[in-house]
Structures are given as structure tokens and as C-alpha cells.
Write a protein that binds this ligand. Sequence first.
Ligand code: ADP
Ligand code: MG
Length: 348
Amino acid sequence: MNDENKPSTTHTPISSLGEFGLIEHLTKHARHRHPETITGIGDDGAVIKNDEELTVLSTDLLVEGIHFDLMYTPLKHLGYKSVIVNLSDIFAMNATPKQVMVSIALSNRFSVEALTELYEGIHQACINYNVDLIGGDTSSSKSGLVISVTAIGTAAPEQVVYRNKAQEGDHIFVTGDLGAAYLGLQILEREKRIFLENPNIQPELAQHQYLVGRQLRPEARQDIISLFQQQNIVPNAMIDISDGLSSDILHICKQSNVGCSIFEENVPIHPESYHMALEFKLNPITCALSGGEDYELLFTLPSEEAKKVQDTAGFFDIGKITSIDKGTILYGKNGRADQLIAQGWKHL
Ligand code: ADP
Ligand code: MG
């Protein structure tokens, strides 16, 4: 089904390289792009020199069968995405990622060629986002593939943005359309079911490139952090949308001790997401609210600051922070008010 995952013509067993040979092979393209990276791969620990700045760290674990399905996930995209999801967390702190560490556990069904593809994606993300791969760990696994990435970034102390500083009256912005990654996943799952029932049927993915791309090869919003720096903007609160808009805005509200009003008509949904949701007999706004994996940023700004970005293309003003007693409310297009419900922890 997935050309990129079909066994390549050669299948070099990992045992032919051994653990150290494998690490050497996978990491030989790692380059240091930052002077702060003093020592990377090769010693017992990596060494980083950060002077005045704060260090921001984030880590994520991706488990085969839970977070990804190798039947339709090309390993190169998986490597890329595993780095991206961590960089997104660093950007959500308004910090600049500089280094990543990548740990993998794998069974002997993986070939050297397969892991090389995984690392091609990892190296590509490091190039695109200007970060250094500085180490990790490699182990065997009796079941599936496990990938853990830790991202390390820096920010000036006054620049770091937390979840707990949203203020009543703040405008709530998101940086792009929501729900597409979830619908991309629904398409991939549907094609997988069809394929398992009849392996002769070719998957129909070409016409769904946008949605499938949002699922398999997301990007993190580095550009937004640069724009904030250029325009001297520091949001009051920020989070990346990984679990879904509802769940993520509720984190901000809970930690900031505030409420919010979100207006359905202002929540950006791509036309393809809209149509695909209807095809799956899903409500488009539910996909946007609960889908997750969009990796857009959600941030809040006081009214005066909000004016600076209100006309910025690609910024969507979706609602306001209110006092806690107003609750966390979604106002529907029909004017109906509903409680926002968190649907995170889908994997547990
Ligand atoms: P140790 O015995 O100290 O755990 P390893 O032999 O596991 O060291 O690793 C050797 C070097 O290679 C270390 O610098 C480590 O950070 C790096 N490394 C190990 N596995 C990976 C990996 N999967 N990706 C990137 N770097 C790795
Ligand atoms: Mg080790």
C-alpha cells in the first residue's frame, strides 16, 4: 500500500553493523549549526553552553500502533514528524529550538535501509529548522518501533510565554486551519481498511494530498516566533494545538484561572476539511475542536497588541478570554452556547 515502506531491494540486517556501527551510520550526517553546541554525538553526554538565556526543554514519545501505523506512514515522514512535534512545543514557549536528542527502540524486522530512511527525515527536519542532532540512545524492542525525541531551545527570560498568564479581555488567535490532520488520518485509516479487504485496490490518496500531508508531514510554526520577535510581540499565553483546540484552550483557561468565549464562525476550517468531514458524516467544527495534531499555535494578546496582528494573513481571531465565572463557551453559528469539552488523551 505504501510504496515508501515497501522493503527496498536490499534488506541489510542491523546485526551486520552492530549497535555502534548502526549509530555511526545513522548519525554521520549530524552537523552542528549552533556555537552553543559544544559537544554532540560521541561522548557520554552532550555539552551545551547557554549564557544569559533560559533553556527550554520538551520531550515526546511516539509508539508504533499507538501514535503511528507503519502501514501508511513512510519512515522518512515519521522521522520528520517526530522532530517537528517537539519543535512545536519549543515554539509554543516562544523559544528557539537549537538541539534535539533522538532515542529509538526497534525490533530486528527493521533493516538498516529502513532506519536510514527514518533518519533522513530526522536530518531533514534538523536542516529545515536549524537544529543540531546531539545524541540519543538505541535499544532493541520486542514489539514495535518506539521513538523518543527531546528538543532543547533557548529564550530570553522576558520572552518565554507560559500557559498560565492569559488575561481577561485578551483576544485568542490561532495560526492556521484546524481539523485537517485528523481528517487526513481518517482517510488513511479508510484506505487501510479497503486495502486489507482487497489488496488489489490501489489507495486513493492523490486527491487528498493536503489533508494527508497535514497528518503525515506537519510543519511547526517557526515563522510565527520570528514574526513575534520582529514586531516586538510577546503573547500573554500560548500553547501548540496538539490535542485539539478545545482541549488546548482549556489548558490555558484552567492554568490562567480564566474563562473563554470561542466563536465557531471564526474557527478556520480548510474547505477540503469541511467537505471531507461531511463525507465521513462528521461535523466539521467537531473535527476542528477535537481532532488534534494540527501543530498550529494558539496564543492570547491584550486588545491593544491584538490590533498589531489582526490583519496579519493567516492569523485568526477566534474569541476572547473572559472571567472564570463566564465559563468556557463555544458560540455556534446559530448563536447557541455550548460548553467546550476536552477530548484529549485519545491514546490512553
Ligand atoms: P552510552 O553507552 O553512553 O549510552 P551509546 O553507545 O548509546 O552511549 O551512544 C553513543 C553516542 O551516540 C552518544 O553520544 C549518544 O548520545 C549517541 N546516540 C546513541 N543512539 C543514538 C540515536 N539513536 N540517535 C542519535 N544519537 C545517538
Ligand atoms: Mg546508550
